[in-house]
Design a protein around this ligand. Structure first.
Ligand code: HEC
Ligand code: HEC
Length: 282
């Protein structure tokens, strides 16, 4: 039990740091490293393994699974909730225990979509959560196991996965990700890579004259972003606007135009750079 508390405190500390970081909007001077590369070895203790999972969780999953539970469900009661999930007639997966349910939720998020959290317009049949082993997240099997260990530990239940040898950093991770393209190293390159400038006027990018852009002018969004939605700071609002563009639709603009799949195509580092760039005074 002491082990669990120590890890939980550690994870809460990390999550706190992450929240403070986004709250104060400290500009990032150095681009983030690639999404996650945690070393998992066969000789780790369960406690070390859980700690690796906590670090991955704080860096990747907290982006949506914040303590608020508004963008994605809170996972602290999952040890109780999973039975209800798999008993639901809407459940399309194969899980028979908590470990399997957690793995399936990450690898195949649409096997069950928690009520009210589906992609808009899909009647909770499609999950907005990116597949954890692909695209932007691209976690390897060792990292998935570490996350399961962390989630089980944080939910106060028995850890049923053990570190496996041979799943060192990067194992199973594709070296080139053709679907997501080369990683952008700064915000302006990232905005160009995702062609945000075809629809938006943006800070730091030359404005093309002529055609009226399809989307709002974002050159001064840093002035208003913190005041758009009650309880959301500028970075949260921008993150949500990019990952779930139809949740809050800008006045005088149409919904359904902005691509809804950036969550599948962007690296976490690219998203963070873009959010920082738009949230900062120019
Ligand atoms: C882009 C946002 C996003 C990210 C990033 C994300 N999730 Fe999710 N996740 C969701 C949403 C939304 C749901 C609810 C819809 C569903 O059931 O699929 C969800 C559901 C889940 C569930 C099932 C919850 C339940 O109550 O049944 C688990 C487990 C989960 N996520 C784990 C993770 C882990 C671990 C990570 C980090 C690797 C992660 N998620 C990253 C958005 C996200
Ligand atoms: C095909 C056109 C298109 C592309 C490409 C596009 N957007 Fe948008 N975007 C829109 C439209 C239209 C809106 C307004 C409707 C809405 O809020 O969903 C919008 C809204 C936004 C908002 C919220 C603005 C506000 O004031 O509420 C942000 C932030 C944003 N986009 C950022 C981006 C970023 C960053 C990219 C690139 C990663 C991008 N957009 C790519 C069309 C686009």
């Amino acid at each position: 039990m002491t082990g669990f508390f120590r890890v939980a405190t550690y994870a809460v500390g990390l999550i706190g740091l992450f929240a403070a970081f986004s709250h104060y909007g400290i500009p990032q001077l150095v681009p983030e490293p690639p999404p996650v590369e945690e070393r998992v070895t066969g000789t780790m203790t369960t406690e070390e393994f859980v700690t690796v999972g906590a670090r991955i969780y704080a860096r990747v999953c907290v982006l949506c699974h914040s303590g608020l539970g508004d963008r994605a469900p809170k996972l602290d009661a999952i040890a109780m909730a999973w039975r209800e999930r798999i008993g639901d007639p809407r459940y399309r997966g194969k899980a028979k225990n908590l470990e399997e349910y957690l793995r399936e939720s990450m690898v195949e998020p649409s096997a069950y979509v928690v009520k009210g959290f589906g992609k808009p317009g899909t009647n909770d049949t499609e999950s907005p959560m990116p597949e954890a082993t692909k695209g932007a997240l691209a976690l390897n099997p060792g990292e998935i196991d570490a996350l399961i260990a962390y989630l089980q530990s944080a939910a106060g239940t028995q850890v049923t996965v053990a570190p496996r040898a041979g799943l060192a950093a990067g194992a199973g991770r594709p070296t080139a990700e053709p679907s997501i393209g080369e990683k952008a190293l700064d915000a302006v390159t990232a905005l160009q890579k995702f062609q945000c400038n075809t629809c938006h006027r943006l800070p730091g990018l030359a404005t093309e004259d002529g055609a009226q852009p399809l989307g709002p002018d974002l050159r001064e969004i840093w002035r208003t972003a913190a005041n758009r939605v009650a309880g959301m700071n500028a970075r949260d609002f921008l993150t949500e606007s990019i990952l779930f563009p139809n949740k809050v639709v800008a006045k005088d603009f149409e919904s359904g135009l902005m691509p809804e799949d950036y969550g599948d195509r962007m690296l976490v580092a690219e998203l963070l750079m873009i959010v920082d760039h738009l949230a900062r005074e120019h």
